[in-house]
Design a binder for this molecule. Structure first.
Ligand code: F6P
Length: 359
């Protein structure tokens, strides 16, 4: 391998720049040329590449976002095109393969979540040398204990919960914090435990309104006239559906849910007669500087991805298992999300101390 390309895809995530920095430094240290692909897979289709050297990555470790333009969810296999007034999609993956060949790129390091790594895997099937790096604040990728960005999102949500506690107590209110997590409740679970929530609602456990009401009323009887509820955006009532605000052509995932907190507040006020307020944390969880543990994890991932490429170990994703960074087949890591299981040790600990999950 003489020339590596790096791409960041999907939603942004604290630690993206830390991965890029570590990969560029490691590659340059070994005399390998690196190019950055601008704007995720869009840049791969349009040929928007730029050389990356130590100077380009200097000072980026604490920076949120990505230095590679924007990160987006464009897919070269279903690339959005406008034909007159009509929006259509087109398979432009062959152009990407040709472009990589013409540029003399030997391997691609794709930093992404399930969506972007699934696209990267399709390119691997077409013969591209690919190494994946697991990125998502949701922590819902298979085969890895942690994705980078997750711990920063949890820290942000925990800070919000600390603040909500004092205002909840001052007004004798139910405070609901809606956090990200469409399919998996990792952020809600960890932030809820770290932030001392009374109720945690996650997509994996459909909730019953009565159980939540019972929990907050039970607290009131004990003299605690306020309650803190963390709800993942993908949580749903028993027999109900996840609240989806809208969808978009060319994108298979639901967008900007931001609705379950408000629904829950209205329903709870009705049956508890307690004043209730909602905070939707939204993209605050994705922006800003990664915390120390995410900087370390991102750095280890960036180094490990280059090492995998130099070993010719392609079609693999670097992953954290226990204390070790390992390589796992990308095919095993994508198309199936890692959910919070009923016997998850953190979930069990939370239940043991009386945190309500609404079931
Ligand atoms: O997958 C990461 C994530 O932040 C989810 O938690 C959230 O539902 C989604 O992305 C939001 O995507 P967008 O920024 O495109 O609205």
């Amino acid at each position: 391998v003489k020339k590596l390309a790096i791409l960041t895809g999907g939603g942004d995530c604290p630690g993206l720049n830390a991965v890029i920095r570590a990969a560029v430094k490691t590659a340059c240290h070994r005399g390998i040329e690196v190019v950055g692909i601008q704007d995720g897979f869009r840049g791969a289709v349009e040929g928007d590449f730029r050389p990356l050297g130590p100077k380009d990555v200097s000072g980026i470790l604490p920076r949120g976002g990505t230095i590679l333009g924007t990160t987006n969810r464009d897919n070269p296999f279903a690339y959005p095109t406008r034909v007159g007034e009509e929006r259509q999609t087109q398979d432009r993956s062959d152009e990407v393969m040709e472009r990589f060949k013409a540029e003399g790129i030997d391997a691609l390091i794709a930093i992404g979540g399930d969506g972007s790594l699934s696209i990267a895997l399709e390119f691997a099937k077409k013969g591209l040398n690919v190494v994946g790096v697991p990125k998502t604040i949701d922590n819902d990728l298979m085969c890895t204990d942690l994705t980078f960005g997750f711990q920063t999102a949890v820290a942000t949500a925990q800070d919000a919960l600390d603040r909500l506690h004092t205002t909840a107590e001052s007004h004798h209110r139910i405070m609901i914090l809606e956090v990200m997590g469409r399919y998996a409740g990792w952020i809600a679970l960890y932030a809820g435990v770290a932030g001392g929530a009374d109720v945690i609602l996650i997509p994996e456990i459909p909730y019953q309104l009565e159980s939540i009401a019972k929990a907050v009323q039970g607290r009131a009887r004990l003299g605690k006239h306020f309650s803190i509820i963390v709800v993942a955006e993908g949580a749903k009532p028993h027999g109900g559906e996840m609240v989806v605000e809208r969808t978009m052509p060319g994108r298979t995932d639901p967008i900007k849910l931001g609705g379950i907190g408000a629904k829950l507040a209205a329903d709870l006020e009705k049956i508890t007669d307690m004043e209730t307020r909602v905070t939707v944390l939204g993209h605050l969880q994705r922006g800003g500087s990664p915390i120390a543990v995410d900087r370390v994890l991102s750095t280890r991932y960036g180094v490990a991805a280059v090492e995998a490429a130099l070993d010719g170990d392609f079609g693999m994703m670097v992953a954290l298992q226990g204390q070790d960074i390992v390589r796992v087949p990308m095919a095993e890591a994508v198309h199936k999300l890692k959910k919070v299981e009923i016997d998850d040790p953190v979930l069990k600990a939370a239940r043991s101390m009386g945190i309500e999950f609404g079931d």
